[in-house]
Design a protein around this ligand. Structure first.
Ligand code: FES
Length: 206
């Protein structure tokens, strides 16, 4: 069967397709260096994605794991208690375009539409594809000024293509080229350190 061509990256349908596609793939090497990401696997391969188990037991607080899943970068960040607490800082929330992931284009499972944008507060699970034109943002996890970052940078990610910035919950800052937060894929946790990608249990984080 001829593979279907996905719609343009900024189309909400394209972003939904990207989130679904995150239900497939193999664990790969380090990401964050891929300038343009995207998969052209046919949608029929995405209808019944096999779950992918990822053992996070060795990922220490403050560390990030990068996978390649279905040709797309997928990130898991083990946020520290301080990082988790900072996500609810009113000064930060005021700078975000969609702090509660309520926009129609925001790909966020129901169970992750919360203050940490996650099923478990310490774990950020997000697709490393900028919602502007599909570049892969760079890690800028440490707070503080830097090239392309404001002096009061709280830590997060910087897209090198057009300068969009995202916080440690993958939430896009206001007035950026990127229209939406980074996508959160369907996933659940079998335990505190066992991530299962491709299975969605929204009630888990209620
Ligand atoms: S692709 Fe990320 S800001 Fe344009």
């Amino acid at each position: 069967m001829k593979p279907a061509t996905p719609p343009p990256p900024t189309d909400p349908a394209r972003r939904r397709w990207m989130a679904l596609s995150c239900g497939l793939g193999a664990v790969g090497g380090v990401a964050a260096t891929i300038p343009l990401a995207g998969s052209l696997l046919p949608p029929e391969h995405l209808r019944h994605p096999p779950p992918l188990r990822v053992d996070l037991a060795a990922l220490a607080p403050g560390q990030k794991l990068s996978l390649t899943w279905l040709g797309q970068p997928l990130w898991v960040v083990h946020r520290t208690p301080q990082q988790v607490a900072a996500l609810s800082n009113p000064a930060l929330l005021a700078r975000l375009a969609d702090p509660q992931s309520q926009r129609p284009g925001s790909i966020t499972p129901t169970g992750a539409r919360n203050a940490t944008r996650s099923l478990l507060p310490q774990w950020l699970v997000v697709v490393g594809v900028c919602t502007h034109l599909g570049c892969t943002p760079l890690d800028r996890l440490t707070p503080g000024a830097g090239t392309g970052l404001p002096p009061d940078w709280p830590g997060g990610f910087l897209c090198p293509c057009h300068g969009s910035t995202f916080d440690l919950a993958g939430r896009v800052f206001r007035d950026q080229p990127a229209p939406d937060n980074l996508a959160v894929p369907a996933h659940r946790f079998a335990s505190a350190t066992e991530l299962i990608l491709g299975e969605d249990t929204p009630a888990q984080a209620a």
